[in-house]
Design a protein around this ligand. Sequence first.
Ligand code: ADP
Ligand code: MG
Length: 235
Amino acid sequence: MEDPLIELSDVGRAYDDGPPALRKAALRVWPGEAVAVLGPSGSGKSTLLNLIAGLDRPGTGTVTVDGVRVDRLSEAAAARFRRTRIGMVFQFFNLLDDLTVTDNVTLPALLAGTARGAAHRRAAELLETLGIDRHARAHPGRLSGGERQRVAIARALMNRPPLILADEPTGALDTAAGEDVGRLLRELNSEGQTVVVVTHDLALARSCTHRTVRIADGRIVDGRVAGDVGAGVSR
Ligand code: ADP
Ligand code: MG
């Protein structure tokens, strides 16, 4: 059987001045899955995603992504790891407003050493697929929230990472634009992209994922590690 793309085992993370943000968290995500991590504000969703991305380190436990022990990587190695293995999408887009849409999207490829021409061809292709090619030379500040999130999704896909992580990707969007982003994530997943979305938006979770994992007070309530068999994956 295939290995999980993400495996968290007994993960704990506490910040200095509070109760643990995550306790004994266990989670497996299989290649090709679309998983929603659903929980209220402050339940540990961003903490979980940041640990998977190697943006943060656990106090206890192990985090393995695509065969790599992310919790053991140095900051520099984690940055290199993210560049090719993980595409991230955030609530507030995190685009660089001084750069054009195209330059935002090509940046991860250029940082990874892709030739400029190839990066531009790939960016043009992605912008077209995502329906925002007419904004290629605009600056993100001129676009609507929904369009900006599409740019962020294009950037996340640029280096063809096996994993997309999205943190409240519809949190700053109106309902229609949010539904749009949900549909896009579902389409990506149906093409084989593994997606993990953390959100408190049940509608988003339902629209774009096969499996929902709940998190409350830093505890993953139904991560279904014991005996799971690639839940929901039929490819
Ligand atoms: P969510 O994304 O579900 O809203 P978070 O993972 O951001 O939750 O936060 C979980 C808990 O950890 C919260 O109690 C939050 O206040 C705390 N927390 C998150 N980040 C930090 C930090 N950098 N320093 C201190 N506490 C933090
Ligand atoms: Mg959060």
